[in-house]
Structures are given as C-alpha cells and as structure tokens.
Design a protein around this ligand. Structure first.
Ligand code: GRF
Length: 203
C-alpha cells in the first residue's frame, strides 16, 4: 500500500455504514489512513455507537463530537464550531459519509479541495435527498454512486469517482439502496486510498 497516512475526519448523521467500511479498510491494511475524529450533527446517530464500541474494544481511539444545529443561533456559528474542531486537529481530509446537512459557502471555501462526499446516484443526476427514490420515479435503468469534492453547491462539486449500478424491474427504494450501498462501501475507501497515494489530486 503506497501513499502518506491521511488523517481523516468523518462526518455523519446516522447509521454510519460508510464509516464502518472506512475503518474496516484501514484495519485490513487496504487504506493508508486513520480516522482521528468523527463529528455527528445528531446525538442519536448509530455511527456514534460504532465509535464507542471500537474505542471500548481497544483499537486506536477515535475522538467524537456531537455538534447539533439546534445548539447554535445561526448556520454560520454551527459551521464555525465544526471548522474549529477540524483546524485544531489539522486533519488532511474531511469525509462526509451520510452527513445530512449542507455546509455553508464559507465553510466550503475554507476547506476547499479537502472535503469529499459520497452520494447514492450517478451525479449530476438526482442530487439532494432521496436520490434512489428520485431514480426510481424517473425510471432510469442505471443508477450508482459518486464520490465528489464538496463546494458551495448541493452535490455539485467536481466528480472524483463513480460506480454504475443497474436498476432492476421490481426494485423498491430499499432494494436499490442496498445494491448501491454495497458499491459505496467499496468506492469510498478506494477513493480515499487513491487520494493518499496521490493517484488523484486533492481538489
Ligand atoms: C449513503 O447512502 C450515502 O451515500 C448517503 O447517505 C447514506 C449514508 O449511509 N449520503 P451510512 O450512514 O453510511 O450507512
């Protein structure tokens, strides 16, 4: 495995299966990175439970923070609280893995080229919420997942990597989401490793 060890911050809002895929890839020696910090905007995110369990199991300790939007008077102060955690820890890459809030233009500019997001569609098709539902409603026969740099637009930053996934007859939102998720779990760690190995340039 080539490349420098990347210090990661992973930002989450829920289940954390992509966070799990990153941690597994690191443990299996496929990804030259360490998850230094996890930030959740929800105190009840399952992802935080996973962090607790990993820490209790005695692996490399992952710091975690809950930064809830409702604790701040405005969006800017919420973004600033996250930014100061990131700056203090000098992380190399911020990975949005199921983080369900849009970060502001100022935040995006501050960390330009250092934030990536995973989205469950072939962007630029179906940005925003419920991408799999949108794909089914449109009747597209191919969907997939995309890793892209984050800029001030919604899911509109430059695309780094994609995998296509077929939409099958009879698919429901759940079956399609599950098929796409399997590919997300491969694509996201592989893309981070390519950044670590300089096979992809930081944006
Ligand atoms: C994934 O489908 C991701 O593409 C989207 O939100 C979901 C997060 O899943 N942005 P998980 O929390 O990583 O399990």
């Amino acid at each position: 495995m080539k490349g420098r060890l990347l210090k990661l911050c992973v930002m989450v809002s829920g289940r954390g299966s992509n966070l799990d895929a990153i941690v597994r890839s690191i443990d299996e020696g496929k990804l030259n990175a360490c998850v230094n910090v996890v930030i959740s905007d929800r105190h009840d995110a399952l992802a935080l439970k996973r962090v607790e369990e990993w820490n209790a199991a005695g692996g490399k300790r992952i710091e975690s923070f809950v930064i809830e939007r409702s604790s701040f008077p405005g969006k800017d102060s919420f973004d600033d609280a996250i930014a100061s955690i990131l700056e203090e820890r000098e992380v190399d890459l911020i990975v949005l893995a199921g983080f369900m809030r849009v970060l502001g233009a100022k935040f995006a500019a501050r960390f330009a080229g250092k934030i990536i997001n995973i989205h469950p569609s072939l962007l630029p098709s179906f940005p925003g919420l419920h991408a799999q539902r949108q794909a089914l409603a449109y009747g597209t026969k191919i969907s997939g997942c995309t890793v892209h740099f984050v800029d001030k637009t919604l899911d509109g930053g430059s695309i780094i990597s994609q995998v296509a996934v077929p939409v099958l007859d009879g698919d429901t939102e759940d079956t399609l989401s599950e098929r796409i998720l399997k590919e997300e779990h491969r694509l996201l760690p592989e893309t981070i490793q390519k950044l670590a190995a300089n096979q992809i340039r930081f944006g």
